[in-house]
Each structure stands twice: as structure tokens, then as C-alpha cells.
Design a protein around this ligand. Structure first.
Ligand code: SF4
Ligand code: SF4
Length: 458
């Protein structure tokens, strides 16, 4: 699928000059002394690559995810029935109106009116755009966004786990397999790709199919998670959300998310078919089967953040994640740290902006501070209040993107992006970077961006 990645012309010369001055005068010196004197990560980094861009002095690679994050030795897998999406089908306190599946979904799908439809950004044009952006997901992998597996023409496990080829292709080594699988995945439409070893901890202990409950035909189907084959590797893929659309209020912002749900349905299917044609079994997955964030972190696609999403080095907070499980052995990538964790300790911008106070203002904890079956313990991180977040989605009749939009990592201007990477690498710079971000008004929804979106010429 061809995707247009818009390139912003933001960043006038005056602003650049100011930033350069700020970087050189106030930030450069601490960065250099920091590089010489301080070990950055809290856990020992096992390898360090030297890259052309000098700010990557602060980039760290780890052999495995347990070297980067504190994960309980007795970590127990999450039951998918307890995810906030699944709960909307069986747990009424989440905000499920009587007799309806999930009211934000019903408003978003147009089954019930959205009381906000008179507000700019919630009108018929924007609503139609949102529905169209999601359409391929709906047709190809219906309800995978709610965790439903093995459903739809693009997620047919019977076909994808029974490859019919005359000759199985054997790679010379797992490293050679990695090269070809990653190149093919990018060509087939993934914006970023990494390989993780299969780690059972991130597969849900039980899978849950919300569809019967959604159709008011009884309870959902709750069953032990069982793969039809033994996975050896997971191909983690990320999809960039359109910068201009995401920062637009209302359904245009939501459409930037829905586009990537459709993209992941199509692209993970293609990757699975590529593996099938080489004689290997494969299962494509979006939100279904297992938790995408630790798989993506394990595959080196980014770092955990305060707001609970993965932050990619290239696209910041503007990514959606998916994965493909396979029985092909592929050499894994290394988890990577590039300063997000340290920056989030100071920044808190998402927590301050969150309209439902769902994001923690505190330091990372080993267990959720707000008791909730949707907040799964066992990893030291920032835990969110999922119920509060979902109540905001319900009010809007669509997903809320405020935290993604305000995040200082959400930038498209490469020059500024590089500068921000530079300044966030240093302890002093982390405060400055947040202040610069505020000063230039990044991460703010602006009503005029709705018309700008429609007026934009290709
Ligand atoms: S999506 Fe919205 S309500 Fe949910 S955590 Fe982010 S800012 Fe808060
Ligand atoms: S807004 Fe700040 S604290 Fe929140 S995820 Fe982004 S960098 Fe981290």
C-alpha cells in the first residue's frame, strides 16, 4: 500500500536561529560534559553502536528486554478478557450503556448519534473520512482492534498456518533470514520493522472474542491461548500516523489512527503470505493474540513512555504497532534506549494535558497505583488509569489522541527532531527541551487545522 508521508515546511529561519543559539549556548556544553563523565542508563548497557549522528552517543543497546526494564521474575501473563477493550463487552461500569456494545464505538460507527456532531471536526465529512480510513480493517480483520483473532479474509489461520509450497526455502542462517524478512516487510508496507524472539510472557494467557456479546448473543468466547504451531520469532512492525491529520481535532485526528489499523491488517497479511510462500507458518496480529508494546520494545522499535505507548526514535509517539508470529527462526534485534525513559521522568506534558487525569504524574512503579484488572502488574513502568481514559473516549465518540499530540517526541521537522534528540540526551537539556516545545506551541490542537486539512493540495 502506498502511503504519503507528508513533509512539513514548519520551522522558519528565525526560530531555527533561536534554537541553534539555545543549543550552542545553553545546551551544548552540558551535553559534552555529560558524554564524558556520566553513564546514562540505569542498567548496564551491553553493547553500544557508533553511528554517524553524534547525538547517538547516548543510544544504548541491550541484549534482552530484561536488561532494559525491571520485569518481575514471577511475571504472570495477562488474560485478554481483562483488557479495557474486552471489558466494554462484559463489564458495565466501563461505561457501556444498556444494550449496546460500547458507546464510543456505536457513536463512531454511526449506529447512535454523537451529541458532539455540531462541533467543528465532528461533522459528516470528518466522520465519513474516519469510517473510510478504518474500512479495510473492518473488512479484512474485523474486531482485531478489540483483540479478536483468526477472523476475516486477512487473518485466516487455517490458510496462513498451512503453507502449500513445492519446496521450503532454507536460509543460510538466522541472520540471513532477518535481512530478507526485514527488507520484504518494509517493501510490503511497514514503516519500521524489528525482530523479537518469541517470548510467551507477552502472549495473553486466554483469548477473548467479544463478538457474541457485541451482538447480544450471550457472553464472549473465552479460551486458553493456543497457537496452531510453535512460534520461534515475532516480526514487529510499526506504522506512522500522519502528522497533519493527527494534530487536527475531531474525527480527522481519529482517522489518522484508523488509517494505520487498516494498514496493519493489510501489511501483516502480506508479510504472512511472504513467509507462507517460503514454506513457513505465520499468524498476523494487530491488537489480538499478545501485547504489542513489549514485543516492539524487544525488537528494538522504541522505548516505553509515561503515557504507556511506545515511542519510536524515528516517528516519536506517532506509531501504531502490529506483529507477525512465525515458525521461521530469525536473528533478533536488540532492545534500544535513546533517552525516552529519562526524558519522561521530567517531562509530564502528557499527564498535564490528559483531559481525564488518566496518566501518572509520579515515578514508575512495579504495580499499578490505581487498582484495576486492566492494569497488569509485573513491569516497573508508568501505569495508566484505563477506566478514566476509556470514559474520555466514550464522551468523544472516538479515540482520544491528546497525549500523542502533546508529546515533545511528536515532531516531523527533521532538523528540530534531531535537535530535540540532542537536548533530551542530557540531564539539563531535558528541561530545556520541554520548555522549547511549550514555547513554540507544539502539540496543540487548533481548530483552523480542520479547514487547512481539507484545503491542502497534493
Ligand atoms: S488517550 Fe486521552 S484520555 Fe486517554 S490517556 Fe491519552 S490523553 Fe488521556
Ligand atoms: S509527553 Fe513527555 S512525559 Fe509524556 S510520553 Fe511524551 S515525553 Fe514522555
Amino acid at each position: 500500500m502506498d502511503k504519503q508521508h507528508t513533509t512539513s515546511k514548519r520551522g522558519d529561519s528565525g526560530r531555527r536561529k533561536f534554537l541553534v543559539k539555545a543549543a550552542l549556548a545553553g545546551i551544548g556544553a552540558p551535553v559534552l560534559s555529560y558524554a564524558a563523565s556520566e553513564a546514562a542508563p540505569t542498567k548496564e548497557a551491553v553493547t553500544e553502536k557508533t553511528e554517524k549522528k553524534w547525538f547517538s552517543l547516548f543510544k544504548k543497546y541491550y541484549n534482552k528486554i530484561d536488561d532494559q526494564y525491571e520485569i518481575a521474575s514471577n511475571y504472570e501473563r495477562m488474560d485478554q478478557k481483562n483488557t479495557v477493550f474486552s471489558r466494554t463487552a462484559w463489564d458495565s461500569p466501563i461505561g457501556l450503556p444498556e444494550g449496546q456494545f460500547i458507546s464510543f464505538s456505536a457513536k463512531s460507527g454511526g449506529q447512535v448519534p454523537n451529541p458532539l456532531e455540531q462541533i467543528p471536526g465532528f461533522g459528516p465529512l470528518e466522520h465519513a473520512l474516519d469510517g473510510a480510513a478504518f474500512a479495510l480493517h473492518d473488512v479484512g480483520t474485523p474486531l482485531s482492534i478489540a483483540g479478536v483473532h483468526n477472523k476475516g479474509v486477512l487473518n485466516d489461520w487455517d490458510t496462513l498456518t498451512n503453507p502449500k509450497t513445492l519446496h521450503k526455502h532454507h536460509f543460510a542462517s538466522p541472520e540471513e533470514a532477518a535481512k530478507y524478512v526485514k527488507r520484504a516487510s518494509r517493501f510490503l508496507g511497514a514503516d519500521e520493522v524489528g525482530i523479537a524472539p518469541y517470548d510467551e510472557r507477552w502472549t495473553y494467557s486466554k483469548w477473548y472474542d467479544v463478538e457474541p456479546a457485541m451482538n447480544q448473543e450471550g457472553e464472549g468466547i473465552h479460551e486458553e491461548a493456543r497457537f496452531p504451531f510453535k512460534p520461534k520469532s515475532v516480526i514487529a512492525v510499526s506504522f506512522e500516523m500522519d502528522y497533519d491529520a493527527l494534530k487536527t481535532p475531531g474525527y480527522i485526528g481519529a482517522a489518522s489512527v484508523q488509517m494505520e489499523y487498516s494498514a496493519m491488517a493489510e501489511v501483516t497479511f502480506r508479510i504472512a503470505v511472504f513467509l507462507n510462500k517460503l514454506g513457513y507458518k505465520a499468524i498476523p496480529a494487530g491488537n489480538d493474540v499478545g501485547i504489542s508494546i513489549p514485543i516492539a520494545a524487544q525488537a528494538g522499535l522504541g522505548e516505553l513512555s509515561r503515557m504507556g505507548t511506545l515511542i519510536s526514535e524515528k516517528y516519536g509517539s506517532r506509531v501504531r504497532l502490529a506483529k507477525v508470529y512465525t515458525d521461521l527462526e530469525i536473528a533478533p534485534d536488540k532492545p534500544v534506549g535513546f533517552g525516552v525513559w529519562e526524558f519522561c521522568l521530567k517531562c509530564k506534558k502528557c499527564a498535564e494535558a490528559c483531559p481525564s487525569d488518566a496518566i501518572s504524574m509520579d515515578n514508575p512503579t512495579e504495580a499499578p497505583t490505581v487498582p484495576s484488572i486492566s492494569s497488569h502488574p509485573g513491569v516497573k513502568k508508568w501505569y495508566q488509569d484505563n477506566e478514566k481514559c476509556m470514559s474520555q473516549w466514550e464522551k468523544l465518540g472516538m479515540g482520544c489522541n491528546v497525549c500523542l499530540v502533546v508529546c515533545p517526541y511528536n515532531k516531523i521537522d527533521n532538523w528540530l527532531h534531531d535537535l530535540s534528540k540532542l537536548v533530551v540526551s542530557a540531564p539539563v537539556g531535558r528541561d530545556v527541551a520541554r520548555q522549547l516545545d511549550d514555547a513554540f506551541g507544539y502539540g496543540k490542537f487548533k481548530e483552523e487545522s480542520i479547514q487547512e486539512f481539507w484545503d491542502k493540495e497534493d
